[in-house]
Write a protein of this length. Structure first.
Length: 370
């Protein structure tokens, strides 16, 4: 197997993930506290250090960005996609089917997305749900019809979100230009912050080059042999920052298009021995989310916020909790989709998201009994 490891961040995609975390109150600090199992992480000290650096980058770049800016919220607010993916939002759905990952530069990525969209139009390709959060394109028979029909057959997505998605994709070049213009200033700040952070992608790349378990073997071990069957000989590996503990993989012949390489995205906090929950089987994903509900305090907070919405200080005082601990708790529950956020009089109010919890527990039942 031939590997080409990209040692630069894909700035356009990294900026989208950064803004998604900022808009939805997701912190890398919560990952330090909740996602690292000491029994499974021989590299946990390195992971903690990298997550702390990423949290610093997030805070630095987003310090002056209003998390309630309507334009940003339109593209980056979390949407419950019915599959319990914790990274579903409009901007990802718009570009996920068209990213070619040929070049890491911001403008080159935008140009590649637009070119792939044009190819899809000229070849009669159509859109369908991807296995992860987002869309994929296909040349296979069985298109449900025009773009409106393609989007509205995705019944697991909320109806209002499907309408927004249809509107965005119907005028794709204009939408992409608007999105790129919106996030470009943030991307420029992010680029500087990454360069000044001391976080070395060369160090991560060199780890995978000298590892006794090469990237594709790691992928087969952690996700199953079927994932890599027929993958071919060439794989391009990119190092993810804002998705520090996730793995994505696309084959060269996915979706009816032929490329000269597979594409493998490995988060910078992934090691061959980590086997983090985010890239395990469906039951492991369910188990991870259940762990976020395993503490009595969290259930107490959910029960309290199911009765009435509260802002942070009010909730901390009424429940006699330390504000720092409560902030981390709220971040975890929000990242899992179990809490809604609303801004009123410069305060952020939290409320238990009954619909999201119902979807999750329906999925638990399905995983156990199906």
């Amino acid at each position: 197997m031939q590997y080409e490891i990209i040692r630069q961040p894909y700035l356009f995609m990294e900026t989208m993930e950064l803004l998604y975390k900022h808009i939805n109150g997701i912190s890398f600090t919560a990952m330090i506290d909740e996602r690292i199992d000491p029994d499974e992480m021989p590299y946990r000290a390195t992971v903690r250090k990298r997550l702390a650096i990423l949290q610093g980058i997030l805070e630095e770049v987003c310090r002056d960005i209003d998390a309630y800016d309507p334009a940003l919220c339109r593209y980056f607010t979390y949407v419950n996609d019915g599959e319990n993916h914790n990274s579903s939002y409009l901007a990802r759905f718009i570009v996920s089917a068209f990213v070619d990952y040929k070049h890491p530069g911001f403008d080159e990525t935008v140009e590649g997305i637009l070119e792939t969209w044009k190819q899809t139009q000229s070849k009669g390709g159509w859109l369908c749900r991807a296995k992860g959060a987002g869309l994929m394109r296909s040349l296979e028979p069985g298109s449900p019809g025009d773009l409106f029909a393609q989007i509205y057959t995705m019944e697991d997505l909320p109806a209002d979100f499907r309408l927004s998605l249809y509107g965005a994709l119907r005028n794709f070049p204009e939408t992409l230009k608007e999105l790129a213009t919106l996030i470009r200033p943030v991307a420029e700040k992010l680029d500087v912050a990454i360069r000044n952070s001391g976080l070395s992608l060369d160090e991560v790349a060199d780890y995978w080059l000298r590892s006794q378990l090469p990237p594709m073997e790691f992928l087969a071990t952690s996700m199953g042999e079927r994932v890599v069957e027929g993958a071919g000989d060439k794989t391009r590996v990119a190092i993810g920052l804002m998705n520090a503990n996730q793995v994505f993989f696309g084959m060269a012949h996915d979706c009816g298009w032929t490329r000269e390489y597979n594409y493998l995205y490995i988060g910078c906090c992934i090691f061959t021995h980590s086997m983090l929950k985010e890239h395990a089987a469906a039951l492991d994903e369910v188990s991870t989310t259940l762990r976020s509900l395993s503490e009595r305090r969290r259930l107490d907070v959910l029960r309290r916020l199911a009765k009435t919405s509260c802002y942070g200080l009010e909730l901390a005082e009424s429940m006699n909790m330390d504000r720092g601990n409560l902030s981390r708790l709220l971040s975890v529950l929000t990242s899992q989709g179990f809490l809604k956020q609303e801004k009123e009089n410069q305060r952020i109010y939290y409320r238990t998201n009954r619909e999201a919890m119902q979807v999750f527990f329906d999925r638990v039942m399905a995983e156990i009994f199906d």
